[in-house]
Write a protein that binds this ligand. Structure first.
Ligand code: HEM
Length: 466
């Protein structure tokens, strides 16, 4: 009897304490004009519900509070915007004091000259430098032949093997970028570089607790090693008499003497390029393979496009820019994959002063989650939104409509969009013209907070004509 009383007492006590803590936390953030919503537990906020329930957490909160609501996720008081017009406004108005709001771990590991860490005139200069590295002319003349050469060799001997396509597309995205940056995709330096880069990526996605054996600590250590490898590479280049036509060469020789980029900035630019194109390109490629497997009619149409290109060439001829430009259906497959899988859920911003948005007051220092995922499933924009239907993208106006956020928008719209599409298109070209494949089966796919196959996505590959 007495034990039961104690248990009931403890349960009641915990309930009362929990209610008091939740109430106290709500009071702490009660301020006139803030959007509606809940703040959850002190310190942790609603992070667990957000990560566990993912998109349905967002949809439930929207159903209760509207398209703009407050919460406390990933360590910060946050306003979530699921309102397409407000999202567009935020992306277009960085100059009004809505800056990138990426987590501290990401900024520390990517470096202080990383593009997400700068704004105003510094951002303009850095973005200009990046855009000039990946302009359509440079992609056409310098980068595309490198991508073709790389993909041809990367995909050369997959026949009769079970491969993890997640692992292969990750390697593909990183090595292809390394080749474009400095031609180091297949030397001893790249062997050292790859594991460090993977640690760096994990570190950016972790809590900023710098203790031994944490992913954050390993990420910082990996950054140090990567910075050293890149600094040595720059030194070697300076000493060498050889001329190179690659991104590193352009970065080292950009601007006149007054505006020369320092080595530190060059290194952070390289890390930015590698980091920004890595997960986006690899995951889109992996998911394209998945959707093509599940939709034989789409695969048939895509293969027709690529076999048509090969018919006009000798077996060993590389792809050229005109071939790439003719890949209309492939482009549509890439957009449909990015939309349906939602490779990017949204982007993060923060306020640098109290500001009014949509009639609400957003306090200084709050994070704004420009959550664009749901727009991908809006039946007004995409009829039958859960169907994998690349044909919808053949009407190019869909790519230019106001709510196309797959590559972000406004002043920070992805400068690597065409480069990324060119890489994925070339990958798909060699993949579907050389191989057939089937899934080994049983692999789990996670859709949130990142699209990933926790144990890999295994496929059995055979020669297309065997
Ligand atoms: C399918 C491939 C890709 C997707 C879906 C994608 C998506 C995005 C998105 C959504 C943003 C906006 C971030 C923000 O507003 O905070 C962005 C920015 C950026 N992306 Fe990409 N990206 C892709 C490929 C690439 C590649 C290959 C590069 C390499 C050059 C790249 C470089 C960048 C950079 C440097 C930014 C920051 C721009 C700025 O802050 O001004 N991206 N990307």
């Amino acid at each position: 009897m007495s034990i039961l009383t104690v248990i009931i007492g403890v349960v009641l006590g915990v309930c009362l304490l929990s209610t008091a803590l939740l109430k106290w936390n709500e009071m702490k953030y009660r301020k006139k004009g803030l959007p509606p919503g809940t703040m959850g537990w002190p310190l942790f906020g609603e992070t667990t519900d957000f990560l566990k329930q993912g998109p349905s957490f967002m949809k439930n909160q929207r159903a209760r509070y509207g398209s703009v609501f407050k919460s406390h996720i990933l360590g910060c008081p946050t306003v979530v915007s699921m309102d397409p017009d407000l999202n567009r406004y935020i992306l277009l108005n960085e100059s009004k004091g809505i800056l990138p709001g990426y987590p501290q771990s990401m900024l520390e590991i990517l470096g202080k000259s990383n593009i997400a860490a700068v704004h105003g005139p510094d951002h303009k200069i850095m973005r200009g430098a990046l855009l000039s590295l990946v302009s359509p002319k440079i992609i056409k003349q310098q980068i595309f032949p490198k991508i073709d050469d790389f993909m041809r060799s990367h995909l050369s001997n997959w026949t009769n093997q079970v491969i993890d396509i997640q692992e292969k597309t990750k390697e593909m995205a990183l090595l292809s970028s390394l080749k474009q940056i400095s031609g180091i995709e297949s030397c001893s330096l790249s062997k050292e570089f790859i594991p460090e880069f993977f640690k760096l990526v994990l570190g950016t996605l972790s809590l900023p607790i710098n203790l031994p054996n944490t992913n954050y600590h390993r990420g910082l250590q990996a950054r140090k090693k990567i910075v050293k490898m890149l600094a040595d590479l720059i030194d070697e280049r300076r000493k060498s008499k050889e001329t190179h036509q690659d991104m590193l060469n352009s970065l080292m020789n950009s601007g006149d003497d007054r505006y020369k980029l320092s080595d530190e900035v060059i290194i952070d630019q390289i890390i930015t390029i590698l980091y920004s194109g890595y997960e986006t390109v690899s995951t889109t490629s992996m998911m394209a393979v998945k959707y093509l497997h599940d939709h034989p009619k789409v695969l048939e149409e895509l293969r027709k496009e690529h076999l048509g290109i090969r018919e006009r060439k000798m077996a060993e001829d590389p792809l050229d820019w005109d071939d790439y430009k003719s890949m209309k259906f492939t482009r549509a497959v890439i957009f449909e994959t990015s939309r349906l899988a939602t490779i990017v859920n949204g982007v993060l911003r923060k306020t640098v002063k109290d500001m009014e948005l949509n009639g609400f007051v957003i306090p200084k220092g709050w994070r704004i989650y420009v959550y664009t995922r749901e727009i991908n499933y809006d039946p007004c924009l995409y009829p039958d939104p859960y169907a994998f239907n690349p044909w919808r993208w053949l009407d190019r106006s869909l790519e230019t409509q106001n709510y196309f956020f797959i590559f972000g928008g406004g002043t920070r719209q992805c400068p690597g969009k065409e480069l990324g599409i060119a890489e994925i298109s070339t990958f798909l070209h060699y993949f579907v013209t050389k191989y057939r494949w089937e899934e080994v089966g049983g692999d789990k796919l996670m859709k949130f907070p990142r699209v990933e196959a926790p144990n890999g996505l295994h496929i059995r590959v055979s020669d297309l004509y065997s």
